[in-house]
Design a protein around this ligand. Structure first.
Ligand SMILES: NC(=O)c1ccc[n+]([C@@H]2O[C@H](COP(=O)([O-])OP(=O)(O)OC[C@H]3O[C@@H](n4cnc5c(N)ncnc54)[C@H](OP(=O)(O)O)[C@@H]3O)[C@@H](O)[C@H]2O)c1
Length: 309
């Protein structure tokens, strides 16, 4: 026979279960409602952070997820993963094989997207590469290609989609930079320069966009576990800048948050902002330490010097 105390406990547990379930469902609904009916374009969607972001926007029931990268089979694979998902009927997924560093190609891509969808709500400029090595060992072409993909790719896509967003007085641009947009990294001069450029471009554009209905937010993560470090320049011994790396899911979550945020920059994880503040406020204290740390990584790398241009 059930005692009164047992009954009370069961009731408490049951109530707790119901309340937890309801609040979880409510939170999911709020997140999903944010992106329901939205058209999202993600560059660099074939791998890592971009791929996870595409999956998460699809799971949040975005109306259309537009994937952009250079490797067609990977895009096709991701398309079928999203289509195979539970919410296939609610998400229109389409991919375009384009190189964001090709100006003509980007404007052609934008025309195709606008012709098909009419507009996009959210642009995620995520495509990016890194080439590792000292400036004296890198070729001019190495430095140019990083800048062309990371910075100019972001500029081309922004220019191509900004006009339609301004005409609708609605839209959000999310630019994926890095903590390397705030710290000059030895061995990654071209990369740091491209990310500093993205942050500066975004900050200026944000001021210009004031009151237009179009927003811009930068997401700056520390190291992330992706194929990013598979570039041959990193050599067999990959640098481990932070001692620990984030999961792409963590950064994707920040990107979804950024696409409805009014902030200029979201640093991931949030507490790294303290390091950025420290560096900017007391550069003479932090810079020697940061420099020493990255020089150690550089010494460990085994890249053979290439031609100096
Ligand atoms: N991993 C990290 O530690 C880290 C830290 C901070 C910031 N980030 C930034 O996060 C972004 C995503 O990097 P990830 O870590 O996810 O690296 P990843 O796994 O190597 O993915 C990079 C993506 O960019 C695409 N891409 C590269 N060049 C492209 C081009 N010219 N045109 C179109 N797509 C291009 C790649 O696809 P295709 O090769 O198929 O074109 C791939 O989908 C980058 O901007 C990176 O700088 C990464």
């Amino acid at each position: 026979m059930l005692s009164l105390t047992n009954l009370q406990l069961d009731m408490d547990e049951w109530l707790n279960f119901v309340l937890t379930t309801l609040s979880y469902e409510a939170e999911m609904k709020i997140n999903q409602n944010k992106f329901k009916g939205k058209i999202v374009l993600i560059t660099g969607a074939s791998n890592g952070i971009g791929k996870q972001t595409a999956l998460d926007f699809a799971a949040a029931e975005a109306m259309a997820v537009i994937l952009v990268a250079r490797t067609e089979p990977k895009l096709a694979e991701l398309e079928s993963i999203i289509r195979g998902g539970k919410r296939v009927d609610q998400v229109n997924v389409v991919s375009y094989c384009y190189d964001v560093s090709n100006k003509k190609g980007v404007f052609e891509l934008a025309q195709k997207v606008i012709d098909r969808f009419g507009y996009i709500d959210i642009l995620i400029n995520n495509a990016g590469i890194g080439i590792y090595g000292k400036v004296e060992d890198q070729t001019v072409e190495d430095l140019e290609s990083v800048m062309r993909t990371n910075y100019l790719g972001t500029v081309y896509c922004t220019k191509a989609f900004l006009g339609p967003m301004l005409r609708r007085r609605s839209g959000h641009i999310v630019n994926v930079a890095s903590v390397a947009a705030s710290f000059g990294v030895a061995g990654m001069a071209g990369y740091s320069a491209s990310k500093y450029a993205i942050l500066g471009f975004s900050e200026s554009l944000r001021h210009e966009l004031h009151g237009t209905g179009v927003e811009i937010t930068v997401v700056s993560p520390i190291g992330v576990k992706t194929n990013f470090f598979n570039h041959q320049s990193f050599g067999p011994k990959k640098p481990n800048y932070a001692g620990f790396f984030l999961k792409p899911q963590t950064v994707s979550k920040a990107i979804l948050k950024a696409s409805c945020s009014s902030r200029l920059e979201i640093i991931v994880p949030f507490y790294v902002r303290a390091g950025v503040w420290l560096k900017q406020t007391f550069p003479y204290v932090l810079n020697p330490l940061v420099g020493w740390l990255f020089r150690q990584q550089l010494k460990k790398s085994r890249r053979a010097p290439s031609d100096i241009h």
